[in-house]
Design a protein around this ligand. Structure first.
Ligand SMILES: [Zn+2]
Length: 91
């Protein structure tokens, strides 16, 4: 199954989301990958919108393969990029 791990604030604004296949990796490995991203400085540990602290959630998607999930994940990614552009103009 395909899972998605998200680092979310209490209002559910998402800082990082990583999709993964449980046939190839596990939740602990994904949590470590998220820590690497934060340590690299690409993202910070507080919400960019409401400034609240983030928490971690693992959720199983309805997709059995990454091939099935990828078009949906890419569509979500494009929507999130658009939202980021709109919000960055407000600040
Ligand atoms: Zn937030």
């Amino acid at each position: 199954m395909i899972w998605i791990t998200q680092w979310l604030c209490p209002a559910r604004h998402c800082s990082i989301a990583l999709a993964w296949d449980d046939q190839e990796t596990d939740a602990r490995s994904i949590e470590r990958r998220g820590e690497e991203i934060y340590k690299s400085g690409i993202a910070n540990r507080y919400c960019g919108i409401c400034k609240e602290k983030l928490h971690l959630e693992h959720g199983r998607t309805c997709f059995k393969t990454m091939e099935d999930a990828t078009p949906h994940l890419l569509a979500d990614q494009e929507g999130n990029k658009m939202a980021r552009r709109i919000l960055s103009r407000r600040n």
